[in-house]
Design a protein around this ligand. Sequence first.
Ligand SMILES: Cc1cc2nc3c(=O)[nH]c(=O)nc-3n(C[C@H](O)[C@H](O)[C@H](O)COP(=O)(O)O)c2cc1C
Length: 194
Amino acid sequence: MTAAAFSQPPPDTARLRSVLGQFATGVTVVAAGGKTPCGMTANSFTSVSLDPPVILICLTRDSELCEAVLREGCFAISVLAAGQEDLARYFANHARPRGAEEFAKVGWSPGPGTGAPVLDDALAWFDCALVTSHDGGDHEIFLGSVLASGAEPQRDALLFFRGGFSRSLHDAVPRSPEARTPSLARLGKSDDRQ
Ligand SMILES: Cc1cc2nc3c(=O)[nH]c(=O)nc-3n(C[C@H](O)[C@H](O)[C@H](O)COP(=O)(O)O)c2cc1C
C-alpha cells in the first residue's frame, strides 16, 4: 500500500489528533545507534506476537531515528516510569541537542542483544532486531524481534492521555512479579536473551 492510499479524503489533522488522544497509552523512548545514539519519544508501541516475540513501533519518516533504525537494523524501546516525564518531554522536543550531545546527559546502557541504548530506570525495556518495515503514510512501521527484555514492575508507569502526562493508578492493579528481571546494569549480558 502506498502513502497516497492513506490520504483519502484530505485529513483534518488537528481534529484527528484530538480524537486519537482519547486513547490512553504508556510512553516509550525508542533509541538506536551505538557510538552516537539518537532517540525519540513514542507511544505507537504495541505488542504483535508472543511466539515469535515481535513488537511494533511507528516512527515519523522525518526523524533521524527512522534513518538510524534502517541503517543499524536494530533498536531498543524503554517504557518510561512515572518519574520520567522530563525524558519524555526531552525526546519529544525537536530542538534537543543532536549528535554526541543528544544522550550526553541521559543515563543509559547498551542493550544486551544489539547495543542499542536502554534508558536507566525504565519501567520496562525491549532490545530488538529489525525484522521488517512498512509504509505507514507519514510514518514508517517497524516490526522488531525481541532479543532481550526486562521490567521493574514495582515502578509506576508514565501515561499519556488527551495530550498530557499522568501517573498510573498503581494501587488499582495487581503487580506481576514474574515480569521482574534484574536491572540492565546487573544483567550478565546474556541471561535474558530469548
Ligand atoms: C507522548 C508522545 C508520543 C509520541 N509518539 C510518537 C510516535 O509514536 N511516533 C513518532 O514518530 N512521533 C511520536 N511523537 C513525536 C516525537 O516524539 C517528536 O516529534 C520528536 O521530536 C521526533 O523526533 P525528531 O525531533 O528527531 O524528529 C510523540 C510525542 C509525544 C509527546
